[in-house]
Ligand binder design. Structure first.
Ligand code: AMP
Length: 363
């Protein structure tokens, strides 16, 4: 069986690797001929906005799925490939626009931070009055890894934030004084089967995920998160893995955003769960039985950002699983990740300290 993947980054790479044992092959479409999936599946070079390339890819595969979420839905419709897209375009379009996403969350009674749309300086002043300080001004579209957002702590910072992000549709969010950030990944197949991974605890620096621990220590809210993700999966008649990121604040979960694809906070599942998120995504989009999502112990996943420490140093850490993505080193770029799995949180402490020491100061 063959899956068409839009984008050929590290997520596509790990999907392809998970597909091999199942006899499932990936065909990729990407502008970059030197993508991280090179060698793992046929790579068609082209843009997502080229209906003829999309149609050509669709002609070779059973289903289409996404390595990146910013694929224009209009191009997919124009190419006539919408029926093959898993997940479907409603989930994709909702996740592409922070306003649509928040409205969707609210309609399903999933709490979000207070927010207002901002299209002008006057809107921003009015929004700051309602939302209060501190607040976060974000672009509605195309923001990722902390890009496209400015924190506003004082009224004097408003004009600069607007100027820096300006010219496009924005949203102002109230700052959530969270105790921690968590995420939960759910997976659903077209026949309606669902499974949920344990809650992950996520640590970011400069807007980029650095460390995920799964199952999150003290996962009292895991069931609450699971119910919210389930509501979204059913709402979208979803196929594949869906990730939802939450702020945990005073015993409540406040949804931040969702990703209609496999997610960085689920990479631990390659070694740390019975079935990885990548394999389950493939099973789901091909409407095959889902695999078990139970954790095999306590896992910690650390991203390798900007540079990969010396191989010998990484592999000297007992039990470490290394994944590199074959990407050129650049500041703020995710070049790989490393996962540790131990029987419990306590046995994870020493190797995790070693790994964090090796990656300290990465930018
Ligand atoms: P995002 O691009 O929305 O995932 O935001 C990147 C990071 O900025 C988040 O992981 C949080 O650490 C922080 N952040 C974003 N929005 C808020 C908010 N409303 N309140 C507090 N922190 C936020």
């Amino acid at each position: 069986m063959r899956i068409g993947v839009l984008g050929a980054g590290q997520l596509g790479r790990m999907l392809a690797l998970a597909g091999y044992p199942l006899g499932v092959h990936c065909v990729f479409l990407d502008r970059n001929s030197d993508a991280p999936t090179a060698g793992l599946g046929r790579l068609m070079v082209g843009g997502f906005d080229q209906p003829e390339r999309l149609a050509e890819l669709a002609g070779e595969v059973e289903v289409l799925t996404f390595d990146v979420e910013n694929v224009p839905a209009a191009a997919l419709r124009a190419a006539g490939v919408e029926p093959l897209c898993r997940p479907g375009l409603l989930a994709l379009e909702t996740a592409q626009d922070r306003l649509a996403e928040k409205r969707c969350f609210e309609s399903l009674e999933i709490e979000v931070a207070p927010y207002r749309t901002v299209d002008s300086a006057a809107d921003l002043q009015a929004a700051l009055k309602t939302v209060g300080y501190p607040a976060v001004l974000k672009t509605r579209r195309l923001g990722y890894d902390g890009r496209g957002q400015r924190f506003i702590h004082h009224p004097e910072q408003a004009a600069a934030a607007l100027r820096e992000l300006g010219g496009i549709d924005l949203i102002l969010e109230g700052f959530v004084p969270f105790e921690r950030e968590v995420s939960l990944l759910g997976v659903r197949s077209p026949r309606g089967a669902m499974a949920f991974y344990p809650l992950s605890e996520n640590h970011h620096a400069q807007g980029i995920l650095r460390l995920s621990r799964s199952p999150a220590p003290n996962s009292a809210l895991a069931e609450t998160a699971r119910e919210k993700v389930e509501r979204l999966l059913v709402h979208f008649d979803y196929a594949g893995v869906l990730a939802v990121e939450f702020f945990e604040s005073e015993g409540r979960l406040i949804a931040n955003e969702m990703a209609p694809r496999v997610h960085n906070s689920g990479h631990w599942s390659i070694e740390g769960a019975v079935t990885s998120q990548f394999e389950n995504h493939i099973r789901a989009i091909l409407d095959l039985p889902l695999g078990r999502t139970d954790a095999l112990g306590s896992s910690a996943m650390v991203n390798l950002i900007g540079e990969i420490p010396a191989l010998g140093d990484l592999l000297a850490i007992p039990g470490l699983h290394l994944h590199t993505y074959d990407k050129a080193a650049r500041e703020r770029r995710k070049l790989g990740h490393a996962t540790l799995v131990a029987p419990d949180d306590q046995s994870l402490e020493i190797p995790l300290k070693q790994l964090l020491r090796l990656t300290a100061g990465q930018r």
